[in-house]
Design a protein around this ligand. Structure first.
Ligand code: ADP
Length: 470
């Protein structure tokens, strides 16, 4: 079987979040068992020389409506996985994959229409048996594969149901989509069209990134308006847990951190904390350090953290927050940081800095209101940083409370049952008690560092889905 794995972002070429991590780590893990190619757009900001990407001197044509789009093909290798890059100016002339300082690009409907159609054309060119699509940017390929390449199987993975790709009905014409698809059991959605619906309806199998989230999205509370639609396709929906690339996220060999360490040299982790606190101007570096890394959104529970901060910052601790997103939240954080010297707020997206923070911290704050899988808690386990999580989605599947010894889940942390500021405050108080009993705290960190957070277990589950379609 020959597999084409398609994503709008793949680490290290382009990354806005967990999708890029997964689109690097999963193909790398799958490559041991299956013939696999990855594919993504060759955005202008990707450095061809640095990543040793070269032209294939080959073009393909994609027709959408009345227009033809010429696509140039390139290739490179990502940790041994052959990666095809497609270059088309509308799709690729950008500063970031989906948006800039003015918001989402207004032609994202066309950009990812071009990308999705190109995936089907490329599958024919490379004799692909199975096209693995990820999120709405690729979803229309499931529909077009049924039209153009009926023998091509498709698997569609939902990484976050909250982002669906919703555009006005006029997009149908721009993309040359037959009006027969404009119906509630097709891609119509409250008078608009919804790319995610194409992936759900027309793929041969749907996966999502944790077993718990697979169940949650069938309910109105987590279904983002598509729970009813998903229930129709429940028979082909699988929840398969994400992992991380344990070679890229490894405190023993991570080149970006101040001091490497492993579970047997865990005391060296502290050097990372002292260095980080000094650079971030956080005094009292012997105090417990709590971090938050991620998008400034309600999904990640940052609104709840902000409400809890005045209480938290009166305790003997340091908090450091890295991310970007909602400007109101950013403003509120700045205001609070002016008042409390034990809070540092770092704005922007910075891969190396995030590694240094995982290495430096004692605890990760991750009270997400919903979480398809979440990678931050898995990275934290690997770096001996204890996660504090809300019991939801993939967090439910990967972290158990330190008091709960009955579960088969390896990762231990502090689990919040009901998401509200007081619960976060209580969880942090529990964390500080654990931190004071330092032997116990070290034992937990060591235990977590030995948990298998790789993709190894999930690869078998993906292969079962792939071969079930043969
Ligand atoms: P998301 O829902 O945003 O995809 P995940 O938990 O699945 O969240 O994955 C987030 C990934 O992005 C992790 O690798 C995390 O370390 C990284 N990340 C998030 N925000 C930032 C940031 N501001 N700077 C650097 N890395 C970040």
């Amino acid at each position: 079987m020959k597999l084409l794995f398609a994503s709008a972002e793949i680490y290290p070429y382009a990354k806005t979040g967990g999708l890029a991590d997964v689109a690097q780590a999963l193909p790398r893990a799958l490559a041991k068992s299956i013939d696999i190619l990855s594919v993504m757009p060759l955005y202008d900001f990707i450095d061809l020389t640095h990543f040793e990407i070269s032209s294939l001197d080959e073009i393909i044509w994609v027709k959408l409506g009345k227009n033809y789009y010429q696509i140039d093909l390139y290739q490179g290798y990502n940790q041994g996985v052959k990666t095809i890059f497609i270059y088309e100016p509308l799709l690729c002339r950008c500063q970031a994959p989906y948006s800039d300082e003015h918001g989402d690009y207004p032609n994202n409907d066309l950009r990812f229409g071009i990308f999705s159609k190109a995936l089907v054309v490329l599958s024919e060119l490379y004799d692909i048996d199975l096209l693995h699509l990820n999120d709405w940017h690729t979803a229309l390929a499931a529909l077009w594969s049924k039209e153009i390449s009926p023998k091509l199987h498709t698997v569609f993975t939902i990484h976050n149901l909250a982002f669906q790709g919703i555009y006005p009905q006029t997009t149908m014409k721009r993309l040359g989509l037959d009006s027969s698809y404009f119906k509630p059991d097709g891609i119509e959605y409250w008078g608009d069209i919804n790319y995610m619906k194409a992936g759900i309806a027309y793929s041969d199998a749907i996966t999502t990134v944790s077993p718990r989230y697979a169940r949650e999205i069938l309910q109105p509370h987590f279904g983002c308006g598509l729970d009813g639609f998903l229930r129709v396709y429940q028979h082909k929906l699988y929840g398969i847990l994400n992992g991380i690339d344990t070679q890229l996220f490894d405190p023993h060999s991570d080149m970006t951190i101040s001091q490497n360490y492993s579970s047997s040299t865990l005391k060296d982790k502290k050097i990372n904390k002292y260095t980080f606190c000094e650079k971030s101007r956080l005094e009292y570096s012997k105090r417990a350090l709590f971090i938050f890394i991620g998008r400034f959104t309600e999904q990640k529970g940052l609104d709840i953290i902000i409400q809890a901060l005045p209480q938290l910052l009166k305790m003997e601790l340091n908090i450091s927050i890295l991310g970007e997103g909602d400007p109101t939240m950013a403003e509120e954080l700045l205001d609070i940081s002016r008042e409390y010297p034990n809070l540092s707020v770092l704005f922007g997206y910075d891969e190396s800095l995030s590694h240094r923070m995982y290495a430096a911290a004692d605890f990760l704050l991750m009270p997400s209101s919903f979480e398809p899988c979440g990678l931050n808690q898995l990275i934290s386990l690997r770096y001996g940083t204890l996660p504090i999580v809300h019991r939801v989605g993939g967090l439910y599947d990967t972290i158990i409370d330190i008091e709960d010894i009955s579960s088969s889940i390896c990762g231990q942390g502090i689990v919040i049952e009901a998401l509200e500021p007081d619960s976060v405050t209580r969880a942090v108080k529990r964390a500080l008690i654990l931190y004071k009993s330092s032997n116990n705290f070290t034992l937990k960190a060591k235990h977590n560092m030995h948990c298998d957070v790789s993709f190894q277990k999930s690869v078998g589950e993906y292969l079962d889905v792939y071969y079930s379609l043969d």
